[in-house]
Write a protein that binds this ligand. Structure first.
Ligand code: BG6
Length: 511
């Protein structure tokens, strides 16, 4: 079968359900997220005919801007961030369906105006009273916006319509603030109206972890402590903090990446088979994994958690400054830009199988992958072969940028003597399915329009995530780092992260 045949057989049916008619109200419509991700994602959904015809975008943000200015910006953003051509009827359609009012998130009168505009658009676009509210703002406004919406009665659902609120990350900055945000939201909304987003779940390859594990009979039997030696997850970025210093310097790498993206990858890799792909079934299994992660004692934090901060260095041929020299960052900052953890799961399937995770900024390359390393073959057959030359089997799920799956195994190197070499069996998405323009937000926006919450987080998942990282946050706060910066930009992080593996007789796959 050729790749083209393959592609034809695996394309989604043309009859895929179109998103429900609705108005999408974007709070923070003048910000980066809207411009770089949300608008391009809507455009990509439009290209696939998944956007409803009865649809309008209502932008709401503090910036004083006319509706015409907003529409002009929408067109420009679609060209710049979605790669739309200069003449583009879909861009015209999206911008003609875009509206804007400037407003203050704390001002009830502005929300009253928003309510009137929504009523007007509803009459014009026949959106059946369905509204998707998207909180693309700084997190300190989430509770207030939802409270204001409640006051105006804008979150009330009737028999035939829906009202949903998509909440961006970060969802709180520790367990207590996450609980308090949940409480605030639940005073106005039902749990089924809250869509807590984690854009990692919008990535095709992340969604594929489920399909790969549970639609192929051959992997499940070996996916456990009997066959797996350890799992290592790397989420490496080569970018620095760019202009996000004010947020990042307060949050740090642990809060920014671990309770959300990294733990999503851990839970999808480690979860038990759900009884169906229904939202609750999948999320309950993920939740169980998060609850099975052993809480770290302060002593564990000292031995199983590593932090780092980048100093000046080079990414490829380009010299780059250290974190403390970045714009809008405190020059004496002790914020970590790198984290490595050894996680242990207390359950039957994974007892004694460590999950090593690491993530950081300004690392040598941009690479996200999950590597399942299997136990070594019994050595006795290969007497005379150096142990370290006998490479164990590894299954690597490449999440980005080169999406694919590879299986590493040993093979005889041709020749008169017996020598074992390591070879890879590779599958690359783009060879089979072609490359598709995607921001990662398409599926998530589409799902929120059809009411499928599978890829959104439950309250308890968010809270479990914070429970796992909180002991680390506490110890790190009490013991400020003494050696920052401790890795040069363009390397794979501090030496202590390598030592974390070395102590267990293991090594990171990407060095
Ligand atoms: C965001 C973090 O949630 O994810 C960023 O706030 C990080 O700091 C980004 O760079 C990584 O996402 P991606 O899709 O580029 O891997």
């Amino acid at each position: 079968m050729t790749n083209a045949d393959q592609q034809e057989k695996t394309q989604p049916a043309e009859s895929a359900r179109i998103g429900d008619r609705c108005i999408m109200v974007i709070f923070g419509a003048s910000g980066d997220l809207t411009r770089r991700k949300l608008l391009p994602a809507l455009y990509n959904l439009g290209l696939k005919n998944l956007l409803p015809r009865e649809f309008a975008i209502m932008g709401f943000a503090i910036d004083q801007m006319t509706e015409d200015d907003f529409r002009k910006r929408v067109r420009e953003d679609l060209r710049e961030y979605a790669g739309a051509p200069p003449e583009c009827s879909l861009c015209d359609w999206i911008s003609d369906h875009s509206y804007y009012i400037p407003g203050d998130f704390k001002n009830a009168a502005d929300f009253a105006k928003l309510k009137d505009r929504i009523a007007e658009l509803e009459a014009r676009h026949h959106t059946q009273d369905n509204i998707l509210f998207y909180l693309a703002t700084l997190p300190q406004f989430f509770s207030e916006i939802v409270r204001q919406l409640g006051e105006q009665g804008l979150t009330n659902e009737g028999a035939g319509n829906w009202r949903r609120v998509v909440v961006e990350k970060p969802f709180g900055n520790d367990l207590e603030s996450a609980k308090s945000l949940n409480r605030d939201l639940c005073q106005v909304l039902k749990e089924t109206q809250i869509y807590r987003i984690d854009h990692y779940l919008g990535k095709e390859t992340v969604q594929n972890i489920l399909i790969f594990r549970f639609s192929n009979g051959i992997f499940e039997p070996v996916w456990n402590r009997r066959y797996v030696d350890h799992v290592q997850i790397t989420v490496a970025e080569n970018l620095g903090v760019e202009r996000r210093g004010p947020y990042y310097d307060k949050a740090g790498c642990l809060r920014d990446m671990v309770p959300n993206h990294i733990l999503q990858l851990v839970s999808l890799t480690a979860m038990e088979p759900p009884i169906s792909f229904h939202a609750d079934a999948v999320r309950n299994e993920q939740s169980k994994v998060l609850h099975a992660i052993q809480p770290m004692s302060p002593e564990d934090v000292l031995t199983r958690a590593v932090r780092g901060q980048y100093g000046a260095g080079a990414i490829g041929a380009e010299r780059v400054p250290g974190y403390r020299e970045e714009p809008l960052v405190d020059p004496h900052s002790n914020t970590e830009t790198f984290v490595a953890l050894k996680l242990l799961l207390d359950n039957w399937r994974w007892a004694d199988v460590p999950f090593y995770v690491r993530t950081g900024k300004r690392l040598a390359s941009r690479e996200t992958e999950i590597a399942i390393q299997f136990r070594r073959a019994p050595f006795i057959l290969f007497r005379g072969t150096a142990m370290d030359k006998l490479v164990p089997n590894r299954l690597v799920l490449h999440i980005q940028p080169d999406e694919g799956i590879s299986l590493q195994f040993g093979a005889k190197i041709p020749g008169a003597t017996v020598r074992v070499g390591s070879v890879n069996m590779d599958f690359r998405y783009k060879d089979y399915f072609g490359a598709e323009a995607s921001t990662g937000y398409e599926r998530l926006l589409y799902d929120s329009m059809i009411g499928d919450a599978t890829l959104f987080q439950l309250t308890e998942m968010v809270e479990a995530g914070w429970t796992i990282v909180e002991p680390v946050l506490d110890v790190w706060k009490a013991l400020p780092p003494r050696s920052f910066p401790n890795y040069a930009a363009g390397t794979m992080g501090p030496k202590e992260a390598d030592d974390l593996m070395k102590r267990d007789g293991r090594a990171w796959r990407i060095e």
